[in-house]
Structures are given as structure tokens and as C-alpha cells.
Write a protein that binds this ligand. Structure first.
Ligand SMILES: Nc1ncnc2c1ncn2[C@@H]1O[C@H](COP(=O)(O)OP(=O)(O)OP(=O)(O)O)[C@@H](O)[C@H]1O
Ligand SMILES: [Mg+2]
Length: 291
């Protein structure tokens, strides 16, 4: 094998080639999502809390296997938009929505489509790491599987794969039975990523996943996002412009004028959004002149 061949193979976080580890093929989950990344598309998405329209007419394509960053000042509807994307918005009393959210062309709000099924295909990682503190690391990784009543005959493999993909394996492989709550904040966030990845979703939504983390943990999570590229569609909300620039392929800039609903001002490839966007407000925002 030449050096070039070796570089082309995926590495684990422990620096071991995945292809050299027969135990780390992709574990099969019975009843789980179809394999691979999926394209998510919002068409005319609107959201209300009670009478108040907070998000209006969002059209956005989040291509399969790419990383899309949602940026914009506080209160412009980024988290609300993220919750529209996996049917969590409807869990809030008084919340309403309009428009379409298409997952590989199918409307996730179509009659007969179950929210739980959608959330299995479109996972979510929150700002504050939320592992089950008393459960072991292993149980935490398998928790989503249990909740969705999915069957997997290769649980050890699945735990290992999910922790490798989340960039945490090397740090926890000798203590899988320790409590999830005993990990550092950055490790807990990666454990939550592993838990989301264990059901093998097509899309992963991340709402400011690094805002509570130190720079080293932030870097690890960013590496994880980079490694997921191609395999999973990632949609990440971040207030950190360097992070948006580093991790995303494309960006959408959300903005809400005073007492007005949030809208997407501009969207496009990340480089263009940071170097020569069409709207002057985009450049002002990414260069830190407001927000
Ligand atoms: N549960 C709720 N009930 C009522 N209004 C809400 C609720 N959640 C959010 N809002 C309102 O909806 C608007 C959009 O909020 P959202 O949390 O989506 O903004 P955001 O862009 O994520 O902000 P931040 O960057 O601060 O997280 C805000 O005006 C907010 O006050
Ligand atoms: Mg938010």
C-alpha cells in the first residue's frame, strides 16, 4: 500500500485505519433509517408562537453530506428554524408552522408521517450537553436505540463505532461502564453526538454545540463535524464566525428587524458569504460590526 492509498482510508481518532479493524464495520440496525446522508429542504417555512410570527418564508436547501451553518444575531429564529426541521417545534404549546420541510423530497409533515420516525432520521444535539448522568457511557450511546425500540445484534460494535465517529472512543474505551455524568463538559457533548449517531441518522442538527466548551473541546467537536462530512448532513447554528467559516460548506444568514419575524437575508457558499456577499448586512455581520 502506498502512502497515498493509506491517506485515502478513513482514520479513527486513535489513529488506526478503520479498514484494518474488522470489528468496526457498520453495525446493522433493524428498523433504522435508510443508509446515507439526505438532503433537507425548507420551502416557505414560517413559525408562530401564539399570535406572534417569528420566522417568515424561509427557503433553504441543505445538501446531502454537506455542513450548513445558520448564522445571525440573537432572537432571529435560528433555533426555531432548527426545531422546524425535526418536528420539535410542534412540541411547544401554542406553536404553529406553515410551509414544507422535505427530506430527500418527502414532506416530514405529510399526513401519516410520524414525528418519532422523523426525529430518528434527523437527530439533534443541543447547546448544553444532556447525557443521562446516572447511565453508563455505553448505555448513553445506546439510549436512542432503546427509545426508538430499534434492534441491533452488534451492540458492542455500534457503541465503538459511534464513539469513534464522535471522536471520543480513545478517551473512554477503558471505562464504558462509568457514569456519563462523570465526563468533562466537552466529553459529555461528544457523548451526546455519539448517542445521536448511534441510530445512524441521515441528518444531524446542532444548536450551538460548542458554546459551553473550552477551545480544545471545541476543536475536537469541529474535527468530528469534519469527519461526518459526506456521511451525514449537518446543520449547525453558531455565533462563532470563525467556527462557521472553518466547518461549513454553505451558510444562511438570518436576521429579524425590530418587532419583525426572522427571514433569511442571504445564503450561499461559505467562502462567498465571508468574502463577497451580495447583501451589505451579511458582510457587516460576519465582520462583527453588529449582532
Ligand atoms: N417557547 C417560546 N415561546 C414564545 N416565544 C419564543 C419561544 N422560543 C423562542 N421564542 C421567540 O422566537 C424568536 C426566535 O427565537 P429563537 O430562539 O429561535 O432565536 P435564536 O436565533 O435561536 O436566538 P439565540 O441566538 O439567542 O439562540 C424570539 O423572538 C424568541 O423570543
Ligand atoms: Mg438559539
Amino acid at each position: 500500500m502506498t502512502d497515498l492509498d493509506e491517506r485515502a482510508l478513513p482514520m479513527t481518532d486513535s489513529g488506526i485505519l478503520l479498514a484494518e479493524r474488522p470489528s468496526v464495520g457498520r453495525a446493522t440496525i433493524i428498523g433504522g433509517p435508510p443508509p446515507g446522508a439526505a438532503t433537507l429542504e425548507a420551502k416557505g417555512a414560517c413559525a408562530w408562537f401564539g399570535e406572534r410570527l417569528v420566522l417568515e418564508g424561509v427557503d433553504l436547501i441543505m445538501p446531502a453530506g454537506q455542513v450548513t451553518a445558520l448564522i445571525g444575531p440573537s432572537g432571529c429564529g435560528k433555533s426555531t428554524f432548527l426545531r422546524l426541521l425535526n418536528r420539535m417545534h410542534e412540541l411547544i404549546p401554542g406553536a404553529a408552522l406553515d410551509g414544507e420541510i422535505l427530506l430527500d423530497g418527502d414532506d416530514i409533515y405529510a399526513t401519516g408521517t410520524r414525528a418519532q420516525q422523523v426525529r430518528m432520521r434527523i437527530g439533534m444535539v443541543f447547546q448544553k450537553p444532556n447525557p443521562f448522568p446516572a447511565m453508563s457511557i455505553r448505555e448513553n450511546v445506546l439510549a436512542g436505540l432503546k427509545l426508538a425500540r430499534l434492534k441491533c445484534d452488534e451492540k458492542d460494535d455500534l457503541v465503538e463505532q459511534s464513539l469513534i465517529r464522535a471522536g471520543l472512543w480513545k478517551e473512554v474505551r477503558d471505562r464504558l461502564d462509568s457514569a456519563g455524568g462523570a465526563l468533562s463538559g466537552g466529553q459529555q457533548q461528544r457523548l451526546c453526538i455519539a448517542r445521536s449517531l448511534a441510530v445512524q441518522p441521515n441528518v444531524l442538527l446542532m444548536d450551538e454545540p460548542c458554546s459551553a466548551l473550552d477551545p480544545t473541546s471545541t476543536r475536537r467537536v469541529e474535527e468530528t463535524i469534519d469527519e461526518l462530512r459526506g456521511e451525514v448532513t449537518v446543520v449547525i447554528v453558531t455565533h462563532n464566525m470563525q467556527q462557521a467559516n472553518r466547518v461549513s460548506d454553505s451558510c444562511a444568514f438570518f436576521l429579524a428587524a425590530e418587532n419583525q419575524p426572522g427571514v433569511v437575508v442571504e445564503q450561499g457558499p461559505t467562502r462567498k458569504m465571508f468574502e463577497n456577499p451580495d447583501d451589505p448586512r451579511t458582510l457587516d455581520y460576519v465582520e462583527g460590526r453588529f449582532g
